[in-house]
Design a protein around this ligand. Structure first.
Ligand code: ACO
Length: 401
């Protein structure tokens, strides 16, 4: 590392904190995590209570507005969301341009970014009413776009949202309904998905939310900011882990192969990691994983699904929790470890798992985007670096190199 102090004027001091392990980039009143105690609160409410007693749409209202809605407030919010579920008819044409086996996350990111082209002209990010409308639009349209991406990927015609249905049920209808056979939806499925959406709705300054804030800090419009969040979520170290977990469990195949997988995960010469294990903040159990684990058994039982991957998952968890390597490093199952098994039981294809996460996290992302714009004197996000490159040198003409 070159001592640039001798070359350039000293530009002051800053911290070197790779991965932002100990740097708070913002103040926020939305979500609280105590990683040592395994505590997660949305606006002060414990995740366990919200999971048991609330609904995703109510939680979205809470994240956006800071308080649980009174009945009339919720009715009005639900009405507004329902009013904005349609995507612009021209947006449908975009899908025709995607490759037939495009990943739904690619289609989701591109389509959400393109909402800027439909709803941006008259949007003033400094106007609270405009910001609220953008939030409503995003939460309302995300399931419609997600379902359209899925149906395009399997060659089915898109379904319009049925606005006489509730948020999650409406989404499942858009995903699975075919004209020839009206969908017989098991209420257990809708309840399970609603609960998963609650658990994924926000998680303070994770990679995707920080991305939304960083993009938002430049004054970019909300659709572009959320599209950036979607792409950050896609990576397997973040939201893409749910898809990666299921692929890993399928690869392991049977409980007797678990030991080999654990051995591989500990080998520093092998890039293999136990997907769905570990978390930057939780050094105790992820409270969401506890809820999902319990729910996984319940949902599979109620839906009458017998998935051998659940046995592999349980064996893997048991083996890792007993293993010194995982214990020492405090690597516990995270939110994504069991969620894929539930999605699979609901008939949701693996490529759609991270899309499910994105639908839910939209509530958190847009709440953070709004909070950022409500904060007076907010500055553009601009991390520094520690330069490790060449000292100043003179340009060498091509024939002399
Ligand atoms: N399997 C094996 N070893 C692991 C795992 C894992 N899943 N996770 C961390 N480790 C090890 C690392 O190799 C490292 O070991 P070392 O100290 O000997 O070098 C140590 O544990 C610390 O790991 P870091 O990568 O430094 O931890 P970090 O906080 O940067 O990363 C992360 C956290 C990305 C979640 C990591 O644990 C991981 O890759 N997990 C698997 C992917 C995953 O499940 N992601 C979803 C996270 S939750 C979410 O985003 C919704």
């Amino acid at each position: 590392c070159i001592d640039l102090g001798t070359l350039y004027k000293d530009t002051g001091h800053f911290t070197y904190d790779p991965g932002f392990g100990s740097t708070a980039a913002t103040k926020s009143a939305i979500t609280y995590i105590d990683g040592d105690q395994g505590v997660l609160l949305y606006r002060g409410y414990p995740i366990e209570q919200l999971a048991e007693k609330s609904s995703f749409l109510e939680v979205a209202y809470l994240l956006l507005n800071g308080e649980l809605p009174k009945q009339a407030e919720f009715a009005s919010f639900e009405h507004q969301i329902t009013h904005h579920t349609m995507m612009h008819e021209s947006l449908k044409n975009f899908f025709q341009g995607f490759h037939h086996n495009a990943h739904p996350m690619a289609m989701l990111a591109a389509s959400v970014a393109s909402l800027s082209a439909f709803y941006h002209d008259d949007l003033d990010v400094d106007n609270p009413e405009d910001r609220k409308l953008a939030a409503i639009r995003l939460i309302a349209k995300m399931p419609t776009i997600a379902a359209a991406a899925y149906r395009y990927s399997i060659g089915w015609p898109m379904r319009y949202p049925r606005n006489n249905l509730e948020y999650v049920t409406r989404f499942l209808h858009m995903m699975f309904e075919v004209p020839s056979e009206p969908l017989q939806l098991n209420p257990v499925a809708a309840k399970a998905l609603d609960l998963l959406f609650i658990l994924h709705a926000d998680h303070e300054q994770n990679a995707s939310t920080s991305t939304v804030r960083l993009v938002g800090s430049t004054g970019a419009n909300p659709y572009a900011s959320i599209a950036a969040g979607i792409t950050a979520l896609w990576g397997p170290a973040h939201g893409g882990a749910n898809e990666a977990v299921l692929k890993m469990l399928e690869e392991i195949g049977t409980p007797d192969k678990v030991e080999t997988a654990v051995k591989r995960a500990k080998d520093k010469n092998d890039n293999f990691r136990l997907m769905g294990f570990g978390h930057r903040v939780y050094k105790n159990f992820d409270p969401r994983a506890k809820i999902i684990r319990e729910m996984c058994h319940k949902v599979l039982g109620e839906l009458g699904v017998n998935d051998p991957l659940l046995d592999v998952a349980m064996k893997l968890e048991e083996a890792a929790l007993k293993d010194e390597y995982f214990v020492e490093r405090k690597l516990y199952p995270n939110v994504d470890f069991y969620s894929g098994i539930i999605y699979k039981a609901l008939g949701i294809p693996t490529e759609m798992f991270t899309v499910m996460f994105a639908i839910a996290r939209t509530a958190g992302w847009i709440a953070h985007w709004i909070e950022q714009h409500e904060t007076p004197g907010a500055r553009i996000g601009r991390p520094r670096q520690v330069y490790t490159g060449s000292a100043p040198r003179d340009f060498v003409p091509a024939d002399k190199r």
